[in-house]
Design a protein. Structure first.
Length: 349
């Protein structure tokens, strides 16, 4: 149950009292849904049940059956209904057209909560929708709950460099908006037999009024594109690796295990790994089955990005490293010896 928190006395203006329902923005790129949308539907279901309201997915996109086909998946992931807004202007994501679309939907159907993924697209859209609607937005939340006394959304997130957790409440406007990073919320069970009502909404959009134009769409076709948030196995390296040649030991073990390579912030700053591979508060949140942290102390800003792993193994010279306070396996020793030894052992299997 949500912990009671002390709130300043503010009365929700009368015009917002009719706002009902929990919405999740279904983010997709030309029909490929970002998994954070399903994760948010899992949390959204819980919030909607606590409030006794319906859970809806909001699907916007260009004309065509590939977008319409997503409505069945939206139902399968636990919603009661799916708002479907198709328009040629929405074929590619653009801030202005999607903001116009979302604000029209919100003003028409009046949800009390609107959740988006803290992805590049979700962050971009959430900020402009919140400022257009003049409502509050909590970015990068790690926890969401309901205060049943006044139906407010309790959005928690780390603050002051990760040293404090704060709970943010929107007292005076609706909808209450939040973004949540991929892999923070667990994936809900999928029930393909669960139907969702589809509510089609014809948006009034005009291409000539949209200032940005899409000239071409070039998919990122890199074969080694980091897929950190959804990797089952990750081997991460930190400052304890000492030099770039040693960081290769991390990459070698990752290759043997079929794992992704991760890194702490100092390893990224040293140029040993791309910024896309940074795990932690200002990097990615990951939830693998196994996370191996080599030469990483386990500072709180790193921990918040990886503590959702099913199992954590640390390799460190220092038995007192903070990582060992929460790791499942402690390998005490030098990374330059233990990484090749593990690599050899796994390669034999
Ligand atoms: P260190 O803390 O220096 O740890 C190195 C470890 O290696 C030590 O435990 C040491 O005992 C061990 N070691 C040394 N030599 C060896 C060896 N030969 N063999 C085995 N072990 C060895 N950090 C992140 O990682 N991700 C973030 O997203 C992030 N965001 C931040 C945001 C803010 C606002 C701030 C203030 C900080 C952030 N940080 C982040 C930095 C964070 O506070 C830590 O400084 C960082 O995580 C430490 O990285 P590290 O563990 O690689 O290095």
């Amino acid at each position: 149950a949500a912990k009671p928190i002390k709130k300043p006395k503010r009365v929700l203006p009368e015009r917002f009292k009719s706002y009902k329902g929990v919405w999740v923005f279904i983010e997709h790129e030309h029909g490929h849904v970002h998994p954070v949308s399903w994760e948010l539907l899992g949390k959204g279901r819980e919030l909607a049940d606590k409030l006794g309201v319906e859970l809806a997915g909001v699907l916007m996109g260009g004309d065509g059956d590939e977008i319409r086909a997503i409505t069945a998946e939206v139902g399968a992931h636990g919603t009661d209904l799916c708002y479907l807004a198709q328009h040629p202007v929405l074929h590619d994501y653009r801030n202005q057209s999607y903001t116009l679309g979302m604000t029209e939907l919100v003003n028409t159907y009046q949800p009390e909560i609107l959740l988006l993924g803290a992805t590049t697209q979700g962050r971009d859209l959430a900020g402009s929708v919140a400022t257009t609607l003049l409502t509050g937005l909590t970015a990068d939340c790690t926890g969401l709950d309901i205060d049943p006394s006044d139906r407010s959304l309790l959005s928690s997130r780390p603050t002051f460099g990760g040293s404090l957790m704060c709970t943010i409440v929107n007292l005076a406007t609706r909808p209450q908006m939040a973004t949540v990073r991929p892999r923070v919320m667990p994936m809900p069970a999928r029930d393909p037999a669960r139907p969702a009502r589809v509510v089609e909404h014809a948006l009034q959009l005009d291409e000539s009024a949209i200032v940005t134009k899409v000239l071409d769409f070039i998919p990122d076709a890199r074969a080694d594109k980091p897929q950190l948030p959804f990797a089952d196995f990750i081997v991460s390296g930190g400052r304890g690796l000492g030099k770039p040649e040693n960081f290769q030991l991390v990459a070698e073990l990752a290759r043997t295990l079929g794992a992704e390579v991760g890194a702490s912030r100092p390893a990224v700053h040293a140029g040993w790994a791309d910024a896309e591979r940074q795990v932690g508060q200002s990097g990615k949140t990951v939830r693998p089955k196994l996370y191996i942290a080599a030469g990483i102390s386990g500072a709180v800003q790193h921990r918040v990005g990886m503590e959702g792993a099913d199992a954590i193994a640390g390799i460190n010279l220092d038995p007192g490293a903070p990582l060992f306070d929460f790791a499942n396996y402690a390998l005490i020793g030098n990374v330059t010896e233990l990484l090749p030894a593990l690599d050899k052992a796994f390669a034999r299997r």
